[in-house]
Design a protein around this ligand. Sequence first.
Ligand code: PLP
Length: 388
Amino acid sequence: MPGRPFLQIPGPTLVPDRIVRAMAQPIIDHRGPRFAMLVQECLTGLKDIFQLQRGHIVLYPGSGTGAWEAAIVNTLSPGDRVLACVNGHFATGFARTATAYGVECDRLELPYGAGVPAAEVEERLRRDTTHEIRAVLMVHNETSTGVTSNVSAVRAAMDRAGHPALLLVDTVSSLASIDFRLDEWGVDVALTGPQKGLMLPPGMAILAVSERAIAASEKAKCPRAYWDWQPVLERNRRGEFPYTPATMLLFGLREAIALIAEEGLVNVFARHARLAEACRRAVRALGLEILCRDPAEHSNTLTAVVMPSGFDSDEFVRFAAQRLDLSLGIGLGVVKGKVFRIGHLGNLNEIDLLGGLAGVEMMLKEFGVPVRLGAGLAAAQEFLTAPR
Ligand code: PLP
């Protein structure tokens, strides 16, 4: 189809031309001096994005799923207990990864559409008087439901309970789009992928780790080879990796870091917040419901829209892809067939969003959902043109 592809899924996101061009160059020796400089620039730039000064960045070729595994195997031992906050499809996957390594998960089960309640984390930790729980696992932005949990409130709850557990946070669909502060919020491991807020093609597992997490890794007994972060940290000091790295992605990462620095991290967050609010207003004006009920937990990177009863959201997503080449996110986990997701993150501006919303309206109408064409767009446009 001619024109711009409307990849309105919550990641991978469209890769800006500047990043594509940065990756289109001859491959370099991954043990040479140019590569060492590239690594240094990437590690330093990522620290700024994670808002981290005291800890370390660890990169692997991989994906977010691999990053879950790296976070678990480096900090925990088989038989350890963790408190896993499970409020969606990806939180379930994170907990399942821990279970696969023999870690016992105390699950704090939450409905799809809810965030992690800090008070309940506090209560669970207070009950653990012998401090058997080694870590709290949570997803900052649950991509299956469009819910952002308050990480800083969870850290405060852990502190109030006087509990020494590590805090392991999945930031796959929040980093570089929604404010996240590793040092200030006392996060021990934050993990992400490159294909969302960082605007890169998929293909990396990225971790930011605190000094406490490094200390924990010295005692952790989970079996590990590829995901062992010790050799990575050691070889990174010499500007190398203990394996052949994803060189082209690192070229792209350096450019992504530059793009984000030019816009300014706070402006990146503000842009995402503004586009997200415009999207939510459009959805409501169409008479549709947003899965996330608490406005304080609305995600600024995606909106999960409840499909009106009698319609299957996955069929709708397939229909939009075939008819307009408009890619929306399907329902995942227990909301499969019940919600579709509009991604609004990464390399996106107001007109991009409006184009996507126009497509959503048209497709809903053609699919048979009773909507008034233009109602959502007008609500979004009103919001975007209102004096700030
Ligand atoms: N965690 C979250 C919150 C995600 O959104 C995703 C993927 O969308 C993952 C983990 C898994 O990442 P990957 O698909 O890169 O393995």
